[in-house]
Every structure is written in structure tokens, then in C-alpha cells.
Design a protein around this ligand. Structure first.
Ligand SMILES: C[S@@+](CC[C@H](N)C(=O)[O-])C[C@H]1O[C@@H](n2cnc3c(N)ncnc32)[C@H](O)[C@@H]1O
Length: 196
């Protein structure tokens, strides 16, 4: 059988392949940086009617509106009813996220494509949020973080995250970092899975 080539062209292809492996029927997921809603949509599509729920968070009202617009144009009423969107910082999670069995939390760091570059994710807040995520995730679940070291704050963020994640106990966490080594300043993918 002829397979697609290349298998992954970007960090997103890689991330989506992992998400498909991790999510199981009935699961909940969090998109901690909704942006234009592409990742939120992907999370809903992976489980389809078997989805428990998706919680989408973004600091910017504009991003939440764009996400809602995209989801409304692509999803059935039933699927749309399983998505809960919040305009707030991911430094803390909304109450619904504290009650749901969350198996996957995704971050696509940086700024809204074609938006205000000053409204980017910040190292300190990202570290706080990832700490919350590590506390929230169910055994077997994972945190997926796309880093953008091509801009100044993104480079700081990636270094700080790598420092924090590499100090996690290997008894509880499986942590890896994917980087395209022949592309300059390419985004990278951090994947952290909790042992069962
Ligand atoms: C690269 S974009 C996300 C792209 C998005 N996942 C998609 O599929 O289109 C990063 C987003 O993070 C958001 N953001 C920045 N700081 C944040 C924070 N503290 N809490 C939540 N969202 C934040 C920005 O507003 C921006 O929309």
C-alpha cells in the first residue's frame, strides 16, 4: 500500500498523531491556547461522537470568537454542545476542568497567527499553567506543548520548559522533545505522558 510521504511535515502532524494514540472514548481534553480554533477542532474530530468533552481556553476574546466560528461551521450541534470555551488565562483552569477526567492538555504557544504579536504566551504563566496540567492529568494521559523558539519570548519559554520538564521523575513521567534538526528555528514538540 502506498503511504503518504513524508509521514510528518510539521510538528502539528506529529502532535496530531500522538493525540490520536492517547485519546480514548469518553475522554476530555483541554486546548489551553485556542487561537484560531484549529487544534480545538482536531481534538473534537479525533473522538467524534465518543468524545467526553473539550475545554478551550484563550486570553483573547477575538480568539474565542474565531474558535467558536470555526467549530460552528464544521461540527454538528451535538459535538458543538460538548465544547466549552473560556476567555481567560490558562494560569488557572475553569471549574469544569477540575471535575472532568482530562486525558490530554495541549498548548500551541506563541501569538495568534496574523494577530497582535505582543499578546504572546509568557514564560512565567506558561510554567504555572503546565504545573497545573501536571497535577490535573489522569494516569496514561499526556500534555502536548508546541514551542516556537524562533521569537525571543518563545526561545526563553522553550528553555524554561525544557529545564522544568527534564527534572520530572522518570518513575511518573515519560518526557520527550521532538525537533526538526535540519530546519532553522523550527517549532518543536514537547510531549509528557503520565505513567499508568
Ligand atoms: C499560536 S496561538 C494558538 C493557535 C491555535 N491553537 C490554533 O489552532 O489556531 C497562541 C494563542 O495563545 C493565546 N494566549 C497567550 N497567552 C495566553 C494565556 N496566558 N492563557 C491563554 N491563552 C493565551 C494567544 O491569545 C493565542 O491565541
Amino acid at each position: 500500500m502506498q503511504r503518504d510521504f513524508p509521514l510528518f511535515q510539521s510538528h502539528l502532524d506529529l502532535a496530531h498523531a500522538y493525540w490520536k494514540q492517547i485519546l480514548q472514548p469518553g475522554d476530555w481534553a483541554i486546548d489551553a491556547t485556542c487561537g484560531n480554533g484549529n487544534d480545538t477542532l482536531k481534538l473534537v474530530e479525533i473522538l467524534g461522537s465518543a468524545l467526553g468533552g473539550v475545554i478551550g481556553i484563550d486570553l483573547q476574546q477575538e480568539a474565542i470568537e474565531k474558535t467558536h466560528e470555526l467549530l460552528s461551521s464544521k461540527l454538528s450541534k451535538e459535538s458543538l454542545g460538548k465544547v466549552h470555551l473560556f476567555t481567560q488565562s490558562h494560569a488557572s483552569f475553569p471549574d469544569i476542568a477540575l471535575k472532568a477526567p482530562v486525558r490530554l492538555i495541549v498548548y500551541n504557544l506563541g501569538y495568534l497567527p496574523r494577530g497582535d504579536k505582543n499578546l504572546t504566551t509568557l514564560t512565567q504563566t506558561t510554567l504555572e499553567s503546565v504545573t497545573r496540567s501536571l497535577e490535573r492529568i489522569v494516569p496514561g494521559g499526556a500534555i502536548s506543548i508546541t514551542c516556537y523558539p524562533g521569537h525571543e519570548e518563545g526561545a526563553k519559554e522553550e528553555i524554561a520548559l525544557l529545564k522544568m520538564i527534564s527534572s520530572l521523575s522518570s518513575d511518573t513521567w515519560i518526557a520527550c522533545h521532538h525537533r526538526f534538526i535540519n530546519r532553522e528555528k523550527a517549532p518543536s514538540l514537547l510531549l509528557i505522558q503520565k505513567n499508568r
